[in-house]
Design a protein around this ligand. Structure first.
Ligand code: PEP
Ligand code: MN
Length: 337
């Protein structure tokens, strides 16, 4: 349930509403907005009886939130969430391109690719230092040494960096170095990791699990938001289907579906969806056309020797083409959608 406060409600009146919600045995989370302040009631298993809330000073009305996810639902917050990372804004406007190699392999490799990414106009650098690999015998990432390289990338290029935390044990370290904390597809339902990410002060990029429904993705985002972190960027990265032509099947319908029910920004990772670089530009165009707030793409200056995901990593000249397409499509759409 959502308690809508009157426009002139005072801070003390909002606090009194939260205290009453707590007396009823639930939690009350304030949702400040440009138009109105609301308090979202969470923790109730059944419908909340609002007879003790409606008479409180400053309360305008109560609204039932019908979805199982509350804080990330459009019923709770009709306007899109816009997340700011340095000078980059994600959501509600120009699509953002996050690009870089699958993994930090060495300082030389990472800096070389970061310079290309910067020069071609992508706004965020991506690379994993902790790699959740399907095989325990493949490259698992450089760990903290990799994070230090990413800090150097930020110093040298000014690009904010997004990098993955794979475990509640390494998220604190990742938070110190990253501008955006990535939670990968394999961890979308790692609830202790999600809760811990909810206590971070940095935005979280949450990828859709390879067999997860939209509702499950949004429930995972709710875990993060319910711990106090409202800055969640959702990422469609392809799901498992019977089709084995591509690594995964990019579910483009996820973007309008999510936008219908949630205010969170949604970006698309065409690289892990396709598994092959030949399809990445076409899928990127599709993603922007259906309203994605951005792209997360893998690029490598020497993909033949990449330690992971070389087959799906764009050559730099392909990233240049992708940037041109995204910019042209944004111009056609008038810069904001
Ligand atoms: C990645 O972004 O490098 C990654 C491992 O992606 P996913 O979690 O989508 O497989
Ligand atoms: Mn990868």
């Amino acid at each position: 349930m959502l308690v809508i406060m009157k426009n002139d409600a005072t801070k003390a009146q909002v606090e009194a509403v939260i205290a009453e919600i707590e007396r009823l045995g639930y939690r009350g989370l304030p949702i400040p907005g440009a138009q109105r302040t609301a308090v979202c009631i969470v923790g109730n298993e059944h419908e909340v009886d609002d007879s003790r809330i409606l008479p409180l000073d400053g309360v305008k009305e109560t609204i039932r939130v019908t979805r199982p996810y509350k804080l990330v639902s459009r019923e709770t917050r009709p306007q899109p969430t816009v997340i700011t990372v340095g000078e980059v804004t994600i959501g509600g406007g120009r699509p953002v391109v996050m690009a870089g190699p699958c993994a930090v392999e060495s300082e030389e490799q990472t800096l070389a690719i970061a310079r290309i990414v910067k020069e071609l106009g992508a706004q965020v650098f991506r690379a994993g230092a902790f790699k959740p690999r399907s095989s325990p015998y493949t490259f698992q990432g450089l760990g903290e040494a990799g994070l230090k390289i990413l800090a150097k990338v930020r110093r040298e290029t000014g690009l904010p960096v997004v990098t993955e935390a794979t475990d509640p044990l390494n998220i604190e370290m990742v938070e110190q170095y990253a501008d955006i904390i990535q939670i990968g597809a394999r961890n979308m339902q790692n609830y202790s990791l999600l809760r811990r990410a909810g206590r971070c002060r940095k935005p979280v990029l949450l990828k859709r699990g390879m067999a997860a429904t939209i509702e499950e993705l949004l429930m995972s985002a709710e875990y993060i938001a319910s711990e106090g972190n409202p800055s969640v960027i959702l990422c469609e990265r392809g799901i498992r289907t019977f089709s084995d032509n591509t690594r995964n099947t990019l579910d483009l319908s996820a973007i309008p579906s999510i936008k219908e029910v949630s205010h969170l920004p949604v970006i698309v990772d065409p690289s892990h969806a396709a598994g092959r670089r030949e399809y990445v530009i076409a899928l990127s165009r599709g993603a922007i056309a259906v309203g994605a707030d951005g792209l997360l793409v893998e690029v490598h200056h020497d993909p033949a020797h990449a330690l992971s995901d070389g087959r799906q990593s764009l050559y730099p000249e392909q990233l240049a083409e992708l940037m041109k397409d995204v910019n042209a499509m944004t111009r056609v759409a008038g810069g904001a959608r």
